[in-house]
Design a binder for this molecule. Structure first.
Ligand code: WTA
Length: 648
């Protein structure tokens, strides 16, 4: 960790929405009188019926309830599209850059976005979708993904986007979990020149779903797919549909979307975000954290299957009438300069990506960057995992030429938008620190042993938030008890993030990573319990334990210890079979990087697996195993150490 600070340039500050004095003043106001502060910020949106109430929140154990702007009504799609038509109907809303650099990019104006969204909304209505119904999206990074999200919002349906890298099983579970009757997908996704058969995956998923589920298929690559009676050609239906679809009047607290995310136990949970507070918060953070100015081209490289894509490709930018870039491909296709070529081609002003991508590109050499004209860039951002100072420095020097502020934004699916982040014109950055809280956010560091808040400036412990912010998740879909238990039970009165954190003498926050059994692989959240349950579902596996270990590019890799059923013999073939099994059960992102055969797992006398020890062995740090005397059979550990796979 470095304590060197990087203040923004005078030139940047002069142009910025928020400078240091304004940050202090606004932050103080947001904490002293949150209702007044957020009452004012709510005016960023167009309301059908204005709110009179602002916040109505209880973090009381057993009575967790979070409401913002609850008596106001609005429509998210109207806020992202219709209200811009008069002044910027011909402005580009979405720049779409295809996977193939030779293919034509598309510039979709706000007027076109309106037309396409209305058409798709009418198609959904014709299929019987009504306010409050759920619609699952399993989509490539194509404009139709944004149309589909906004079309749902327009008619009051709740979208649930499933990342296109998830397997049929994972997709099926999410369709069933949400009770959706419509799935929107495409024939194939195209990434890095390779096709993924989304429609075939969808067919496999739907084998385990209600017969009444209908499937809207966007013909994207034209790849051959099998069509059945429940399938509909999305583009053909859109072409026939009316371009007029009045937006549904929604309560601020009506759900806008559900997004599944991994936790430390059990299967992924459906994070529920509602309409008013979420949209206020993502619009505000998009404008201030990225210092977005009218006319800028904003690029967030995330996939719409993750929360970052929801908040900072679609809802935040479009609520602000911005131009948002959507990229179908991958950073290394056709070569490692693709990101920078796209920046040059479209004159990108703000560029927002994940540390794992930065590390991967850094390893390819500087020429891929330096040969491109990056003079349009004004700001760089990162999200998804802690950024190591080497990667930060490379991003700063080679990509940013040492003159662009870097915003390292800490937040989670549950948060809806940035919680701890530099405001680029106000806060000097330190490589590896997300710096200071956004307006209205009161972080707290708690001692995990005592559960008490540490009030000294310098502190280390678990990261909690003391108060609510408008984009906070409201509940776990269909399971409010799980919501309370996951986020409010361990530290009553606080929202518990699951992250460890240090606060330095300047009050800067340094998020160190998860303190629970969630790992962060290439910026993707993965529950170790999910991978374990996939492994033990294989008939030859008796037991499995999964932990994370440090990985140069991915941040963390997946290390699996597998105990076979008696009579089964370990082999390379079986290892490959198990890897393939996990890909099929969850998806390629869950495939173990290292899989060690474990005749036995280290357990306490009461039968609990001691993960602490397994983590140490996976990290190749077995010299500091600590106390192993509580193990039922300490000799198990020696065997595991001897055959460890991550030898330093
Ligand atoms: C991690 C992504 C350090 C953290 C928006 C969190 C980060 C999890 C940062 C949420 C950051 C995200 N610095 N760690 N700037 N941003 N994280 O739900 O562990 O996919 O709990 O949301 O990513 O991941 P999620």
């Amino acid at each position: 960790m470095s304590d060197k600070t990087y203040p923004p340039s005078d030139e940047f500050v002069a142009n910025a929405h928020v400078d240091a004095a304004k940050y202090k003043e606004m932050y103080a106001a947001s904490i002293e009188d949150p209702s007044a502060f957020w009452r004012e910020q709510g005016k960023r949106l167009d309301w059908i019926k204005p709110y009179t109430k602002v916040d109505n929140v209880s973090f009381e154990p057993g009575a967790i309830s979070i409401k913002w702007y609850e008596d106001g009504t609005l429509n998210a799609s109207a806020n992202c599209i219709d209200r811009h038509l008069e002044t910027r109907g011909d402005q580009t809303a979405i720049v779409w850059e295809p996977d193939d650099p030779e293919a034509d990019a598309r510039h979709i104006t706000y007027r076109e976005l309106h037309e396409q969204t209305c058409r798709l909304a009418n198609v959904l209505k014709d299929m019987g979708v009504k306010k409050g119904d759920r619609v699952v999206l399993y989509m490539p990074m194509i404009p139709e993904a944004a149309y589909a999200m906004l079309a749902c919002a327009r008619i009051g349906a709740i979208h649930s986007v499933v990342f296109a890298g998830f397997s049929p099983d994972a997709l099926g579970a999410r369709i069933n979990g949400s009770g959706a009757r419509v799935l929107i997908t495409a024939d194939e996704a195209l990434r890095g020149g390779r096709k993924t058969a989304l429609k075939s995956n969808a067919d496999a998923a739907l084998l385990h779903c209600d017969d009444r589920v209908q499937c809207l298929v966007v013909k994207h690559t034209g790849g051959q797919t099998t069509w059945t009676a429940r399938d509909h050609d999305c583009k053909a239906l859109m072409a026939e549909a009316s371009t007029d679809c009045p937006p549904e009047e929604m309560s601020a607290e009506d759900p806008l979307f559900v997004l599944y995310t991994s936790g430390s136990t059990g299967q992924p949970k459906g994070v529920v975000h509602t309409t008013g507070g979420y949209l206020v918060y993502v619009a505000m953070t998009h404008e201030l954290v990225f210092d977005y100015h009218d006319g800028d081209i904003f690029w967030c490289t995330a996939d719409v299957g993750w929360v970052t894509g929801h908040s900072y490709i679609v809802y935040g930018p479009l609520a602000n009438g911005a131009t948002t870039l959507m990229f179908e491909g991958v950073p290394t296709y056709p070569d490692a300069s693709r990101f920078w070529q796209v920046c040059e081609k479209h004159k990108v002003n703000q560029f927002y990506t994940a540390p794992t991508a930065i590390r991967a590109l850094m390893g390819q050499g500087d020429e891929f960057v330096t040969k491109c004209d990056l003079s349009s860039l004004k700001l760089l951002g990162t999200v998804g995992e802690p950024i190591n100072p080497e990667a930060w420095n490379w991003y700063n020097e080679v990509v940013g030429k040492g003159t662009r502020p870097i915003v390292d934004t800490w937040w989670q699916t549950e948060n809806g938008g940035h919680l701890i982040t530099p405001l680029p014109g106000a806060i000097a950055t330190k490589p590896g620190s997300a710096t200071l809280p956004f307006f209205g956010v009161q972080p707290a560091i708690l001692d995990p042993q005592t559960g008490k808040e540490i009030t000294t400036t310098e502190a280390e412990g678990v990261l909690c938030i003391k108060n609510s912010w408008p984009a906070q998740m409201r509940t776990v879909y269909g399971d409010h008890e799980r919501f309370e238990k996951t986020y409010f039970a361990d530290y009553p009165g606080y929202y518990f993030s699951g992250d460890g954190c240090r606060r330095d003498a300047d009050g800067y926050y340094w998020v160190t990573g998860r303190v629970d059994d969630v790992i962060n692989v290439s910026g993707h959240r993965m529950g170790t319990a999910e991978v374990e349950s996939a492994l033990v579902a294989h008939p030859k596996v008796a037991e499995a334990a999964v932990v994370g270990y440090p990985h140069n590019i991915k941040g963390q890799g997946i290390y699996a210890y597998v105990t076979l059923m008696s009579g089964e013999e370990p082999s390379d073939e079986l290892r490959r079979e198990l890897e393939q099994w996990v890909r099929t059960e969850i998806g390629p992102i869950a495939k173990p990087d290292l899989l060690q055969w474990a005749p036995n797992l280290p357990k306490t006398r009461s039968g609990k697996i001691m993960r602490r020890i397994l983590r140490k062995i996976a990290e190749d740090d077995y010299g500091s195993l600590g106390d192993t005397s509580t193990l039922a059979d300490p000799s198990v550990v020696d065997g595991l150490i001897e055959h460890r796979l991550n030898k330093g």
